[in-house]
Design a protein around this ligand. Sequence first.
Ligand code: PZK
Length: 299
Amino acid sequence: MSAPEVPGYRHVYSGKVRELYVADGDPNRLLIVATDRISAYDHVLASTVPDKGRVLTAMTLWWFERLADLVPNHVVSTDVPDAVRGRAMLCERLEMVQVECVARGYLTGSGLADYQATGAVCGIELPTGLVDGSRLPYPIFTPATKAQRGGHDQNVDLAYVERLVGPDVATELRDRTLAVYELGERIARERGIVLADTKLEFGRRPDGALVLADEVLTPDSSRFWPAEGWRPGTAPPSFDKQFVRDWLASPASGWDRASGEPPPPLPPDVVRRTRERYLEAYERLTGRRALDLSGLATG
Ligand code: PZK
């Protein structure tokens, strides 16, 4: 599954699961295409998940609307060529801020690891006694530096961000990130999804305005947990990738994560159940029937 040909656009970059294009004749317009690729355990898998790109694009657009009063976003149009209709957004080109803006309301992953080692996450001291999956007393801004291709993001403190972008922009990034997370977490929780954390990307317009870019509050940029499976002590299974991870980690896959080998293709029933999880996340959140995505992200 390589980058599709899109008439009127030139392909410029392949991400793990998305493709980036520039509009012919207008370098200030970018096309972001969400593919059906899926990653797990730091690998892009050989199997694709049908409709994943459409569902995540529709979810991002739905959130951008809900967040519009809080923060401007980079979307210009969803009226895009047929080859990618429904899974692409035409966006304004921004000067990207070189910081991953992460908000966490629950403790897990690298946040948990930092807490267990130091009692703090990104310089923010937390109360003692927290465990994997604990809800934090308040959401925290835990920025990270963007990794080089293939590497892992590194958690940093606010002072590091201040040195990188200046104290005023750093404060604005933190406040906007927390505002977006708080709204998203509340809406998701009311609808049976725990939004444990999320990663946002911001860019700046020529006039300096900070704009929310990329995808937002999707299972690829955030941890989604089924609310009914949440209890502090062990992080709940991932809402979307539970079946993929369970199968890859099981003897049935014949795959050893430590081997460095690429994972094998997924069995059809793992693909089918995973696809259903993406559709369910979309339906729980938006109340809209997935696969009825047609009128939505199609301009
Ligand atoms: C931009 N990415 C990551 C996203 C990929 C890679 N509005 C913008 N202006 C300038 N640059 C970017 C954006 C956005 N969003 C985002 N890299 C550059 C990325 C999607 C697919 F392959």
